[in-house]
Design a protein around this ligand. Structure first.
Ligand code: HPA
Ligand code: MG
Length: 247
C-alpha cells in the first residue's frame, strides 16, 4: 500500500506539472500591468532546475525561474522604450541588489534601440543604498556609494530597483533624488512584495508582484549570500541560520 505514494513522488521529481487549474498568464492578469504570483502558488521544486550545490539545502523552492525573469524583462524594456521614445534617460541602478536586473534590462533596451525604428538614448549611473540586516529592514537607509548625484539634474531618471517591500526605502530615495531636480523620475522594480507593512507605494513599472516571503537569488541577497543564484527562490530555515549575521 506504499505504492501510490512512491508513484506520485516519482512524478514530482521528474517533471514539472502545469496543473489543470493553472490560469497561465492571460489578458486579465496582463491588464494589471504586472504579473501576480499568488499567495498559494506552489512555485517549483528545486529538483527541476540547476541550483548551485552550495545552496541546495538552504532553499525551500524556486519561485520564479531565470528564464521567466528574462522574458518579463524583455517586455518591461519594450514598455520603457515606448514611453521614453526620443527623450533619453539616465538609468540609475540601485546597488547591490539591482545589478542583475539593471544589466539585463539595459541590454534588452539596447537590443530594442538597435532593432526598432524608435530608440531611447541611454546613460547609466549607480547609487548604493543599505538598509537590510538578516531579513528585516533597519528602517534607515544610507547612501553608501555612487557618483555625484548632481549629474542627474534636468535629466529623465529611471530608477532601477530589485524589490519594493514596505516602500520606505524608495520613498526615502525619491526624497533624496527630488532635491537634485531631475526633469522627471520614474521607477522600475523587478519585484513588489504584497505585504501589510506596505506604505502603499507603487513603482511606475513592475515585473512581478510576489507573496510576503523572503526571497533570494538573481542578485537579491541574505546577508550578502545567494547573489550568485540565477533563479528567484524562497530561502528556508537552514539557510537563514547558516547565513545569519554574526553581529
Ligand atoms: N529578499 C532580499 N532582499 C529584500 C527582500 C527580500 O525578500 N525584501 C527586501 N529586501
Ligand atoms: Mg534593492
Amino acid at each position: 500500500c506504499t505504492r501510490p505514494v512512491q508513484l506520485s513522488y516519482y512524478f514530482i521529481i521528474f517533471h514539472l506539472q502545469i496543473s489543470d487549474d493553472s490560469p497561465g498568464y492571460n489578458e486579465a492578469i496582463v491588464l494589471l500591468f504586472f504579473l501576480q504570483i499568488s499567495d498559494d502558488s506552489p512555485g517549483y521544486s528545486k529538483e527541476m532546475f540547476c541550483i548551485p550545490r552550495h545552496y541546495e539545502e538552504d532553499l525551500k523552492r524556486v519561485l520564479i525561474p531565470a528564464g521567466f525573469i528574462s522574458d518579463r524583462i524583455e517586455r518591461l524594456a519594450r514598455d520603457i522604450v515606448r514611453d521614453f521614445e526620443q527623450e533619453g534617460i539616465v538609468a540609475l541602478c540601485v546597488l547591490k541588489g539591482g545589478y542583475k536586473f539593471f544589466t539585463d534590462l539595459v541590454e534588452k533596451i539596447q537590443q530594442l534601440n538597435s532593432n526598432l525604428g524608435k530608440s531611447v538614448p541611454l546613460a547609466v549611473d549607480f547609487i548604493r543604498l543599505k538598509s537590510y540586516v538578516d531579513d528585516t529592514s533597519s528602517g534607515e537607509i544610507e547612501v553608501v556609494g555612487g557618483d555625484n548625484l548632481e549629474n542627474l539634474k534636468g535629466k529623465n531618471v529611471l530608477v532601477v530597483e530589485d524589490i519594493i517591500d514596505t516602500g520606505r526605502t524608495m520613498q526615502k530615495l525619491l526624497g533624496i533624488l527630488n532635491n537634485i531636480h531631475p526633469k522627471s523620475i520614474k521607477v522600475v522594480s523587478l519585484l513588489v512584495k504584497r505585504t501589510k507593512r506596505s506604505i502603499g507605494y507603487r513603482p511606475d513599472y513592475t515585473g512581478f508582484e510576489i507573496p510576503d516571503i523572503f526571497i533570494v537569488g538573481y542578485a537579491l541577497d541574505y546577508n550578502e549570500y545567494f547573489r550568485d543564484l540565477n533563479h528567484l527562490c524562497e530561502i528556508n530555515e537552514t539557510g537563514m541560520k547558516k547565513y545569519a549575521s554574526k553581529s
